[in-house]
Design a protein around this ligand. Structure first.
Ligand code: PLP
Length: 394
């Protein structure tokens, strides 16, 4: 690869751009993970993480990616042959259901359109047929990173409550935590799974979980084999600031810094900033005369926008061209969206000018690739980006 000056523009929907402050926080000598300094670090970080996830209960950190957190949620709460219902409206639901199948669970899929958020009536329809309570857990992805659709998790809980259905509610917040409000307790979630490399602004390597008392009770009778992922061994050690095995010490330094940054900016502002950058991105897409893949405005993702290309254009060819010419990475189309969409990540440590730069690169790349666009996307996005400052001045 030829020499590239300046910074790479990382606009995949995670891993996201790691801010310098977090890099500096991680860049320290690794300390004894069984010593007092480490315990102090952990005991300082966990309350902030609980606050972010909206729980007063236990949160667990494993050295793993988001897939590890997905697996841990299953092996701690379920037994071989248990039936689970996967609410499926995107590729990352497929990833989770594949893991469940490999573990010996009986996976039932509620197949829903990818272009919109989960229709809770469809969930109610299926669960109301399960009078015997055969379904032991319902799985849903909060923010579908494949499609740019954000699902309403609380609606799923309301369905379970209305039907008095006893299934556990397991929720993937891998690409929402730190970018979109997550309310583990208010939404009545039993296991929230997440990871470090997206809204949390950290490098990959930390799997995050929050668990309800019902999930902990389920762990007492669940018989799927588990060793590394066993919550119980974490519960006791975490109390005193320790872990049963070697944790990702330096990432925990980074996590502490990320929590400090969230507090300095204010969580409400963090979420508003994501909404605003997403709105500007959608304005750009429409200005180009292209289509936002998500078709329902109430489910637009604040984290990423998937853009549908006209027939005859391969999104991976265009992504390669944009990477080559402008040193800008965009997300590929996943699963059935392969080649059809590209995904613009607008999450984590990001501001108006960083997004504007990325949108300029995309506009130029689309033109170079011969996609028939209007060159009004960047202008439309700038108008939205500027509007925030007009409001501040008033
Ligand atoms: N769930 C969602 C919503 C994701 O976006 C991802 C990854 O992008 C995963 C699960 C899998 O996580 P990982 O790749 O960190 O294992």
């Amino acid at each position: 690869m030829s020499f590239r000056s300046g910074r790479h523009f990382l606009h995949i929907p995670g891993p996201s751009n790691v801010p310098d402050r977090i890099l500096r926080a991680i860049d320290r000598p690794t300390i004894d993970h069984r010593g007092p300094e480490f315990a102090e670090l952990v005991l300082g970080v966990l309350p902030g993480l609980r606050e972010l996830i909206g729980t007063s209960g236990p949160v667990f950190l494993f050295a793993a990616s988001g897939s590890g957190a997905q697996e841990a949620a299953l092996v701690n709460t379920l037994s071989a042959g248990d039936t689970i219902l996967v609410i499926h409206n995107g590729f990352f639901a497929t990833v989770w259901q594949d893991t469940a199948r490999k573990l010996g669970l009986n996976v039932e899929i509620l197949d829903l359109p990818w272009e919109t958020g989960v229709d809770s009536n469809r969930v109610a329809e299926r669960l109301s047929q399960d009078a015997e309570g055969e379904i032991k857990a319902v799985l849903v992805v909060h923010n579908e990173t494949s499609s740019g659709v954000t699902n309403n998790v609380h609606d799923v809980r309301l369905v379970l409550d209305q039907l008095r259905h006893p299934a556990l509610l397991l929720v993937d917040t891998v690409s929402s935590l730190g970018s979109i409000p997550v309310e583990h307790e208010k939404w009545g979630v039993d296991v929230t799974v997440s990871s470090s490399q997206k809204g949390m602004m950290l490098p990959p390597g930390l799997a995050i979980q929050a668990v309800s008392s019902r999930a902990l009770a389920a762990a007492d009778s669940a018989t799927l084999p588990r060793a590394y992922w066993d919550w119980k061994s974490h519960l006791d050690s975490n109390e005193t600031g320790f872990f049963p095995s070697t944790p990702a010490t330096n990432l925990i330094y980074g996590l502490g810094e990320a929590i400090t940054m969230f507090r300095e900016e204010g969580l409400e502002q963090v979420y508003r900033r994501h909404e605003h950058l997403a709105e500007a991105t959608r304005a750009a897409v429409r200005g180009w005369g292209l289509e936002v893949f998500c078709q329902s405005s109430q489910h637009y993702s604040p984290v990423l926008t998937a853009v549908t290309l006209p027939e005859g254009f391969d999104s991976d060819v265009i992504r390669d061209l944009i990477l080559d010419r402008f040193d800008l990475s965009l997300g590929t189309g996943l699963g059935k969206l392969k080649g059809r969409v590209f995904r613009i990540g607008h999450l984590g440590s990001l501001n108006a000018l960083m997004l504007a730069g990325a949108l300029c690169g995309i506009e130029m790349g689309l033109q170079l690739a011969g996609v028939p666009i209007h060159t009004e996307g960047v202008q439309a996005a700038l108008k939205v980006l500027r509007s925030r400052f007009e409001l501040v001045e008033e």
